[in-house]
Design a protein around this ligand. Structure first.
Ligand code: ASP
Length: 326
């Protein structure tokens, strides 16, 4: 390379750094926005805030959770996909990231190609809960109630592409019933409506449902994963109750817009790996029934492999159910 050419390369890189507003080696030099595309106060928001606290300690920089919610999370996810890949906009999203490509025929982003895949974060179990005034006291009675069809049962969810929607789809498919589905911007407002008696049922994470179950403000019909949840030892799984073709466990992962500078990408992977083994983060996640992944799973390669497998797993199930969001 000639001297002039080298100088112009340096000048170009300086201009590029100025344009992106950051020198990768100084990252993070200002607060980071962590996008959680569901309503504040919900399980996703709770997970995002705890992860933000843990990663912020590792990065020595503030992480601010934002909730641009709606359309099953796709509005906030699209916002991240279109953001500058400088490490100052991150996305935490759940299992719904793997169902949206099948549920939406016209997604404005590509879940694989438009993101840098940083790593998995944690898993959280789900339960199906009902309003206190709903007559059935257990799953068997609930099924009989729905089958009697005397009145249409309402089932809330956080929009197509959310974990609660996937759960609702799998559940209604397994029991061959069609309750009236009611979409919200997150399960926080949906759960509020269950507690208030405005809708009948909701499938949601233990994060926010456990305190309500323990306080007796809502009914619970079962755990959606194969194992019981230690926080709710008396609540049987659906599998135990004879519904063997229905299972869902929510996973969370961290993404960024595609094209992070390598030093920024590496710092984020390192911060995520510190977060998942941070005893304070683990204790907070365990407190609401979840489990952080091991450091071996909190990395880009493991997420890519797992994520592709999840897309392949849910695609045929959703297509078979014949549900589309657009
Ligand atoms: N858990 C999400 C929320 O925080 C919604 C979902 O994926 O069901 O509202």
């Amino acid at each position: 390379m000639t001297k002039t050419c080298a100088n112009s390369t340096v000048a170009f890189l300086l201009v590029l750094a100025a344009a992106t507003g950051v020198r990768a080696q100084d990252y993070p030099a200002k607060p980071i926005a962590l996008i959680m595309p569901f309503a504040a106060g919900g399980p996703g928001d709770t997970m995002a805030r705890h992860l933000g606290t843990a990663m912020s300690a590792a990065l020595k920089q503030q992480i601010v959770v934002e909730n641009p919610s709606g359309a099953g999370g796709t509005i906030g996810i699209n916002k991240v996909a279109k953001s500058r890949p400088d490490g100052y906009t991150l996305l935490i999203m759940n299992i719904g990231m793997s169902t949206a490509p099948t549920l939406y025929r016209n997604l404005p982003y590509n879940v694989i190609d438009d993101f840098d895949h940083i790593g998995r974060v944690a898993d959280v179990p789900m339960v199906i809960v009902g309003k206190k005034g709903l007559a059935p006291n257990n799953f068997k009675e609930l099924l009989a109630h729905m089958r009697a069809g005397k009145q249409s049962v309402t089932l809330g969810h956080a929009g197509p592409g959310s974990a609660s929607h996937l759960c609702a789809l799998l559940f209604t498919n397994a029991i061959q019933e069609e309750p009236t589905m009611v979409a919200y911007k997150g399960t926080a407002p949906a759960l509020k409506d269950v507690v208030g008696g405005h809708i009948d049922l909701l499938c949601d994470q233990t994060t926010v449902t456990t305190p309500q179950i323990k306080a007796g403000t809502i009914k619970v019909y079962g755990v959606t994963s194969k194992e019981r949840v230690s926080l709710l030892p008396d609540v049987p799984t659906f599998d135990e109750q004879g519904l063997t073709n229905f299972e869902i466990l929510v996973w969370f992962a961290l993404w960024a817009p595609k094209g992070l500078p390598k030093p920024v990408f590496d710092k984020l992977v390192g911060a995520l790996q510190s977060a998942v083994v941070d005893p304070a983060f683990k204790a907070r996640v365990n407190d609401f029934g979840g489990e952080p992944v091991t450091a071996a799973k909190a990395n880009p390669e493991a997420l890519r492999t797992f994520f592709k497998a999840e897309i392949d797993k849910w695609g045929p199930i959703i297509r078979k159910a014949g549900v589309y969001a657009d």
